[in-house]
Design a protein around this ligand. Sequence first.
Ligand code: NAP
Length: 311
Amino acid sequence: MENVIIIGTGCAGWTAAVYTGRANLKPLVISGEQPGGQLTTTTEVENFPGFPEGIMGPELMMRMQQQAEKFGTRVEYDLVSSVAKQSDGSILVKTAGGAEYHTHTVIIATGASPRWLFLDREKELVGHGLTSCATCDGAFYPDVPVVVVGGGDSACEEASFLTRFASKVYLVHRRDELRASKIMADRALANPKIEPIWNSELKEYLTDEKGDMRAVTVLNRLTGEESELEVKCVFVAIGHDPNTGFLAGSGVALDEDSYVVQNGHSTQTNISGIFSAGDVSDHIYRQAITAAGNGCQAALDAERYITALED
Ligand code: NAP
């Protein structure tokens, strides 16, 4: 019987592991599809406190893992396929690799995945002028034109934020009206640095000799016309999908967008002993540091739950 199984190895998962490890609970972490989570797809992280010179995303995740392992965390490189509460109060966790674990508690820290456009070479361009996070990467593009793709609150918020750095922000949206709330949409459209490009979609990323973004091809969906926009960075802001598919049939409550619902100020889900942390439950803040903080909260909640069981 495990004390705690942490599903996911992003900031939330590793922080939960550091805390439960230091509480001597010998946590078992199951890595998931993308060990290290979303930060492994970024380059430099400048807004994680404690690193005044910045730190590369993959290195930050590696250090978190080392810190977790130092306190007795064990890691399995596998994918969880199901989580099920048992009649004796324990939780059964099964993996795609065929392993089965019984545990007192589970911390779901599987994160969310940004939606991408599925254009050619998209994966290799992430970190080279293609990103899904303006807060993370906006400051790397001062005084150059950039593109934001999308028409929701995220796209409008990111476009407005990027006007602090970029010389111009093109907002490319596939329809002729924004999905964003009126206040966000009005703010973006009133900003003289933002130029909306309606009824349009990106067709191609164009790179320079170093492999960095230099322009995009834009297709007008109404006229069929194609044009080129010279931009140094493309911010794809077409939404995120929480990684909760494996929870189908588990009884864990999800909201209408499939994020795990937390109970008020705690990280407890609707099922006792099952906690969640980070982007899998958060579609508002979505920052490395907020995920880490929530991972800490989940670890403390799980620890208290186990103590109550022992009592
Ligand atoms: P969203 O509301 O789902 O909007 C996604 C946008 O991307 C839509 O405009 C959609 O176009 C477009 N899109 C989707 N797939 C596309 C594709 N393949 N190609 C081109 N465009 C595509 O997502 P979001 O903006 O990330 O917001 C998610 C949730 O978080 C919302 O509830 C939002 O209110 C909330 N949020 C709140 C704040 C805030 O209050 N500060 C900030 C950010 C997000 P269509 O419009 O044509 O469908």
